[in-house]
Every structure is written in C-alpha cells, then in structure tokens.
Design a protein around this ligand. Structure first.
Ligand code: HEC
Ligand code: HEC
Ligand code: HEC
Ligand code: HEC
Ligand code: HEC
Length: 378
C-alpha cells in the first residue's frame, strides 16, 4: 500500500512537471542574466520594437485592418496565439510577453529552417523536447550548455536566418511590397554588416574566454553614422555640367521599406550663395534622384498604403549598382562649390495624408550622406 501511494505521488509529481514544461518560452529579459551585453545591444535594436512601441508600424497596421493583425508573422512571430491574431480572433495584448517581446531572442535562436514561399518565406521553429531545457542554436564553435538551455551549432545561422522575414513580401494581389534579398542569397553577408564583431565574450562568465561576440544592435537606417556607409557619392564637373555617380555598396536595394524615401539634393554655391539647384520646390521634381516605391489601386489611382494595391513601380538602386546622374544648364567657375546631399524620410510625406504621426523623427528629412566638391580651373 505504502509502495502504491509513493508511486501515485511520483506520478502526480511527473504530471505537474510536464504541465509546467508546456509553456517553455524564455522571454528576452531572462537572457539578461547571462548575456548582459547582448541583451543591452538588442534592446536598442529595431527587433526589440513592437506593435506597442513602433508608432509607424502600429498606425499603418491599424489602418490596414483594426481587426486582423496579419503583420504578426514577422513583427510578433513569438505570439502564443499567432493564428488568432492573424485571423482577427485576438488582438495584440500589452500584458503578454510573447507579444511585447517582438522579434524575440528565443524566436530567432530556435529557427530550425526557412521555407521559401511565394508571398513571403516561412520560418519553421525547432520542436523542443518536453521536460528538457530548450536547445538554442547559433554559430559558436563548441558552445557550452547552461542550466537554462542547451546550445547547438546550426549552419542555418550563417545561411538562411534573415531570409524568413527580410527576403520579400507580396500582397494578396501579388504586388511586391518589399524585396530585400534574392532567392538564394546567403545571410552571412547581412550578418557581416549588421552584426559586426565587438569586444568581449558572448556570455558573462565566459568560461571559454572568447574575445568577441557579434553585435545585436542591428544598426540600420535610424543610426546616423551607420547609414552613411551604404552609399558612395562621387562628383565630377565640366564647365557647364555636373555628373554625380551614386554607388549602392549594400547587399540589397537602396529602398526596401515602402514607407521611406531617399532623395538627392544637388546645389551649386558661389561665394556662399546658392546659384543652382536640381529642383525648385519639391525633391520629387528630380525624378531620377528620388528613390521610392509607388502604388496604384484597381482604378489606377495612386494609393499610399500598399496592402490593397493592384500595381506598383519604383525608382531604386539595386545591390552593388551604380547610377550616373547628369545635370546641365549651369555655368561653373573656379571656386564654385557643388554640394550633393542624400536625405532619407523614415515616413514619406504622403503618409501624413492617411495616418497622423506624432514622433518628430517622422516629420522631417534626415541627412544620409553629404559630399562637397570644389570646382578647379579647367
Ligand atoms: C514577411 C514579413 C513581414 C510582414 C508579413 C510584415 N512586415 Fe513590416 N517589416 C518587415 C521587415 C523585415 C521590416 C524591416 C525592413 C525595413 O525596415 O526596411 C519591416 C518594417 C516595417 C515598417 C518600418 C518600421 C519603421 O519604424 O521604420 C513598417 C511601417 C512595417 N514593416 C509595416 C508593416 C505592416 C503594417 C504589416 C502588416 C500589414 C507588415 N509590416 C507585415 C517584415 C514584414
Ligand atoms: C544561466 C545562464 C544563461 C542564460 C539565462 C541564457 N544563456 Fe545562452 N548561453 C549560456 C552559456 C554559458 C552559453 C555558452 C557560451 C560559450 O560557449 O561561450 C550560451 C550560449 C548561447 C548561444 C550560442 C549557441 C550556439 O550554439 O552558438 C545562444 C544563441 C544563446 N546562448 C542564447 C540565449 C538566449 C536567447 C537566452 C534567453 C532566452 C539565453 N541564452 C539565456 C548561458 C545562458
Ligand atoms: C555592405 C554592408 C551591408 C550589407 C552586406 C547589408 N546591409 Fe543592410 N544596410 C546597410 C546600411 C549601411 C544600411 C543603412 C543605409 C541605407 O538604408 O541606405 C542598411 C539598411 C538596411 C535595411 C533598411 C533599409 C531601408 O529601407 O532603409 C534593412 C532592412 C537591411 N539593411 C537588411 C539587410 C539584409 C537582410 C541584408 C542581407 C541580405 C543586408 N542588410 C546586407 C549595410 C549593409
Ligand atoms: C534577428 C535574429 C536574432 C535575434 C533577435 C537575436 N539574435 Fe542572437 N544571434 C543571431 C545570429 C544570426 C547569431 C550568429 C551570428 C554569427 O556568429 O555569425 C547570433 C549569435 C548569438 C550568440 C552567440 C554569440 C556569438 O558571438 O556568436 C548569443 C549568445 C546570442 N546570439 C544571444 C542572443 C540574445 C540573448 C538575444 C536577445 C537579447 C538575441 N541573441 C537576439 C540572431 C539573433
Ligand atoms: C522574425 C522575423 C525577422 C528575422 C528572422 C530577422 N528580422 Fe530583421 N527585422 C524584422 C522586422 C519586423 C524589423 C522591423 C521592426 C520595426 O522597425 O518595427 C526588422 C528590422 C531589421 C533591421 C533594421 C532595418 C532598418 O529599418 O534600418 C535590420 C538591420 C535587420 N532587421 C537585420 C536583420 C538581420 C541581419 C537578420 C538575420 C540575422 C534579421 N534581421 C532577421 C524581422 C526579422
């Protein structure tokens, strides 16, 4: 009898263990205990921005639909009720960590493989064995385990890991909303620029005494210094013309995000005074130097939010592509200064017609890169 009772108690104990093991999500903050530096870097990154903290994303998402949050696939991929968010049975919830954690550490580090698909690619998560601590994947050579998780090297983290969300996206009418990667493009290139190695091991105790870890700041367009590194601007002149060569050094097009524009302003200054400019009032007048996506509805009318677009076109600069812009109609003299400035708007001005943005950074143009050239005697 005593034996049976102890067996029964053991059974109950095991049962309760398995219940606890069901919900094994390790939230972002739990990584801070051992990966302090990486956690700090990550907190400043775009991947930590969620529906609740990214004003531009939230306002566009709500405009597209205030019932269905289909954006969750990439913007809230860890959601424990992902299907319900997409179908409109549930809404984003501020008190749910799997929602506020956005593109979470745990999500990225449990991607097992990426399936390529027409509308957008699909991340497939690793199945975690019940009653065991989860296994997190990465690229460390001979990684240590810890009491919170096992570690395993997985080649995906150099190959396809960025492709699941960043590759491309089409809307229901097969119109491309963005395209950043080519079909078979490797992610290692993306990692080299967006996750450079920084000093210090990946983990606080650093038993393996590693000298570096990869940055989790994922710097992008919002970082002033970083964004100046993607583009070369070269100026040359004759007595009555200016040639500007733009070279995209990045492994993706100049414009990826359809809510953004990048445009060039070219000015000639004589004794500090402007004597010539490439446009009069609006930068869009210089079409070749205005880089953006444009969309139209069923009737061919221009629309701003691409979710329901029937067609789209763009002026872009492809990966590693150069483009020569030629301007004529000015008479240059020795000592004149030619100033070529690339600007970016995080939200194009047209957006303000359909959504109201409060954050000041969305209301103005920001400097991307400026090059100054002094005209010599010919
Ligand atoms: C296939 C994956 C995917 C889906 C689905 C998706 N996005 Fe995104 N989104 C991305 C990626 C990747 C980025 C970062 C790319 C970039 O900044 O250029 C991004 C960035 C954005 C940004 C720019 C954010 C900023 O602050 O600059 C906005 C706005 C946005 N998405 C809106 C949406 C909306 C609205 C939906 C749903 C209707 C949606 N996205 C669905 C992948 C996706
Ligand atoms: C109790 C400490 C601890 C916690 C908490 C912890 N880790 Fe780790 N993690 C480690 C140790 C130790 C290593 C091995 C480091 C090494 O080999 O240099 C590691 C390695 C890793 C690796 C590298 C795996 C590989 O194969 O390359 C990843 C990715 C990782 N952790 C992600 C996370 C994430 C995400 C979280 C939060 C959900 C987390 N860790 C929480 C201790 C921890
Ligand atoms: C040679 C370095 C380099 C490589 C390689 C690279 N990037 Fe970038 N990327 C940049 C720089 C610099 C910026 C910011 C400047 C800009 O957007 O004009 C940027 C911007 C971005 C943006 C925001 C673009 C926008 O619309 O403003 C996304 C998203 C992005 N990169 C993702 C990726 C992905 C995914 C890969 C791999 C296919 C990748 N990057 C490869 C340097 C690089
Ligand atoms: C967008 C995907 C993504 C997110 C989000 C992400 N990581 Fe990583 N992480 C990577 C990739 C990719 C690598 C491997 C890069 C390499 O070594 O080339 C990596 C590497 C690591 C490593 C191994 C260190 C090293 O130098 O290789 C650790 C530890 C780690 N991440 C922890 C975290 C933690 C903790 C968080 C959240 C605070 C996090 N990661 C969020 C993609 C991600
Ligand atoms: C689960 C989907 C997902 C994966 C996987 C992912 N990203 Fe992202 N990434 C996003 C989304 C969504 C955003 C935009 C978030 C926002 O701004 O609200 C983003 C933003 C970025 C940005 C900032 C772009 C900008 O606007 O300047 C960079 C850089 C970036 N990701 C690089 C990477 C790299 C490199 C990898 C692979 C190691 C990767 N991402 C993997 C979804 C993902």
């Amino acid at each position: 009898m005593k034996y049976l009772l102890s067996q029964f108690i053991l059974l109950i104990f095991l049962f309760s263990l398995s219940l606890q093991a069901k919900d094994k999500y390790l939230d972002n903050h739990s990584c801070n205990e051992c990966h302090e530096k990486i956690y700090e870097e990550y907190q400043t990154s775009a991947h930590a921005k969620s529906y609740f903290t990214d004003e531009l994303h939230k306002k566009i998402a709500d405009k597209v639909s205030n019932e269905k949050y289909a954006c969750a696939t990439c913007h809230m991929p860890m959601a424990n009720n992902l299907k319900d968010l997409i179908s409109g049975k549930a809404r984003p919830n501020k008190n749910n960590k799997t929602h506020t954690d956005a593109i979470s550490c745990y999500f990225c580090h449990t991607i097992a493989y990426v399936k390529t698909a027409h509308k957008h690619n699909i991340n497939t998560k690793a199945r975690q064995a019940e009653n065991f601590k989860p296994t997190l994947y990465g690229r460390l050579v001979d990684p240590d385990d810890s009491d919170k998780h096992s570690s395993s090297k997985n080649p995906i983290y150099g190959q396809k890991v960025c492709m699941g969300c960043h590759s491309h996206k089409l809307n229901d009418n097969n119109v491309t909303i963005f395209r950043a990667m080519q079909k078979k493009q490797n992610s290692l290139e993306c990692i080299k620029c967006h996750m450079p190695e920084l000093e210090g091991g990946a983990e606080k105790i650093n038993k393996k005494t590693r000298a570096t870890h990869v940055s989790h700041k994922f710097l992008g367009i919002y970082d002033k210094e970083f964004r100046a590194t993607g583009l070369d601007i070269n100026i040359s002149t004759t007595a009555d013309s200016i040639e500007i060569k733009l070279t995209n050094k990045m492994a993706h097009p100049l414009i990826i995000q359809p809510s953004r524009v990048k445009y060039l302003e070219v000015k000639v200054l004589r004794n500090g005074k402007e004597i010539w400019k490439n446009y009069k009032e609006k930068p869009q007048e210089d079409k070749k130097a205005f880089f953006e996506y444009r969309f139209k509805d069923k009737d061919g009318k221009k629309i701003i939010i691409p979710a329901t677009a029937y067609s789209g076109e763009m002026n872009n600069l492809n990966m590693k592509e150069s483009k020569l812009l030629k301007y004529t109609g000015m008479k240059l003299k020795k000592g004149d200064v030619v100033k070529a400035t690339m600007f970016v708007r995080f939200a194009k001005q047209d957006c303000q017609q359909v959504i109201k943005l409060e954050d000041e950074k969305f209301k103005k143009a920001h400097l991307l890169k400026e090059v100054i050239y002094r005209v010599e005697e010919k």
